[in-house]
Design a protein around this ligand. Structure first.
Ligand code: COA
Length: 260
C-alpha cells in the first residue's frame, strides 16, 4: 500500500509512524485510518519490527481528532459504522498489537487523537501537549473507544469530568491523573519514547507479547484476566527465549533473545 498521509520508517527495528496531515493538525480522515490500519497490521506480523513509536507531524498537534468535515452529514447508522470500523481496524488493533506501542504526544491530542494515544501501550507527552475529548461540544460523544479507555486509565470521576466538560488539560495535569506516563521537554520527546522502546527491545519478544495480552485482559470484561495470565505464563515455558533467559541468568551473562 502507498502511504500518503502517514510516514512509515523502520529504524533499528522500531517502526516510526508519523501521522502526516500537518495542515489539518493531523486530523484522522478515512484514507489516513486505512493507512494506519495497514501499517499496524504489517508491524504486528513482521518479525523485524520490535516496537512502534507513534507521533504527529509538526510541532502543533499529535492528532486534533477525527476529520470533522467527513462526518458532518452522517445519520445514526453511518455514525455507528464509522465508530465500529475505526475501533476494529485501528484502535483495537493498536491496543492488541503484540509489539509495544509508545505514543509521543507532541501537541494537541483531542478527540480521536487522544483516543489513538490511549490505545497505545505507553504515553509520553511533551510539556506543551494539550489533551481532551471535546466531542460533546460538537453534539457527539467519543466513538473510537474514548469513553472506555479513558475511564479505565483514570477512573470514572476524572473521565466524567473530562468528557462532559469537554475541557482540554495540560500534559502535567494528564500525568497527575495517570493519563500519560511521562512529561518531557518538546526537544526530548522522541528520545524519551525511544529510550523506553529500546529498553523493551532487550527483553524477550514473546514474553513481551504475552504481557500485552495479559495486561489488556485485566480490563476486558469479556474474559477472566487471571485465566488469561495462567495460559500466557504457561506458553512462555515452551519458548527458546525462556531457556535462554534462565541459562543467561544462571551463567551470569546477558541473554540473547531470538523471539522464538
Ligand atoms: N477535523 C478537521 N479539520 C480540523 C480538525 C478536525 N478535527 N482540527 C483542526 N482542523 C483543521 C482546521 O479546520 C484548519 O483547517 P483550515 O486551515 O483549512 O481552515 C486547520 O486544521 C488548523 O486548525 P485551526 O482550527 O485553524 O487551528 P487553531 O490553532 O485555531 O485551533 C484547535 C486548534 C485544535 C483548538 C482546533 O483546530 C480544534 O478545536 N479542532 C477540533 C478539535 C475537535 O473537536 N476534535 C474532536 C473531533 S471529533
Amino acid at each position: 500500500m502507498t502511504y500518503n498521509h502517514i510516514i512509515f520508517e523502520v529504524k533499528d527495528q522500531i517502526l516510526h509512524l508519523t501521522i502526516n496531515r500537518e495542515q489539518k493538525l493531523n486530523a484522522l480522515n478515512k484514507a489516513l485510518l486505512a493507512e494506519l490500519a495497514d501499517a499496524i497490521s504489517f508491524a504486528s506480523t513482521n518479525a523485524d519490527v520490535r516496537g512502534i513509536l507513534l507521533t504527529g507531524a509538526g510541532e502543533k498537534a499529535f492528532v486534533a481528532g477525527a476529520d470533522i468535515s467527513e462526518f458532518s452529514s452522517f445519520n445514526a447508522e453511518q455514525g455507528e459504522n464509522l465508530a465500529q470500523n475505526g475501533q476494529t481496524t485501528v484502535f483495537d488493533a493498536l491496543e492488541n498489537c503484540p509489539k509495544p506501542v509508545v505514543a509521543a504526544i507532541n501537541g494537541f491530542a483531542l478527540g480521536g487523537g487522544l483516543e489513538l494515544a490511549m490505545a497505545c501501550h505507553i504515553r509520553v507527552a511533551s510539556v506543551n501537549a494539550r489533551l481532551g475529548l471535546p466531542e460533546v461540544s460538537l453534539g457527539l460523544i467519543p466513538g473510537y473507544g474514548g469513553t472506555q479507555r479513558l475511564t479505565r486509565l483514570v477512573g470514572k470521576g476524572h473521565a466524567f469530568e473530562l468528557i462532559v466538560t469537554a475541557d482540554m488539560i495540560s500534559a502535567e495535569r494528564a500525568k497527575e491523573i495517570g493519563l500519560v506516563n511521562h512529561v518531557v521537554a518538546a526537544a526530548d520527546l522522541s528520545a524519551k519514547a525511544l529510550e523506553i522502546l529500546n529498553k523493551i527491545k532487550l527483553r524477550a519478544p514473546l514474553a513481551v507479547a504475552s504481557a500485552i495480552v495479559a495486561v489488556n485482559s485485566a480490563l476486558d470484561s469479556k474474559v477472566n484476566g487471571f485465566e488469561v495470565e495462567v495460559k500466557e505464563f504457561g506458553k512462555c515455558f515452551n519458548t527458546s527465549d525462556f531457556k535462554e533467559g534462565v541459562s543467561a541468568f544462571l551463567e551470569k551473562r546477558k541473554p540473547v533473545f531470538t523471539g522464538k
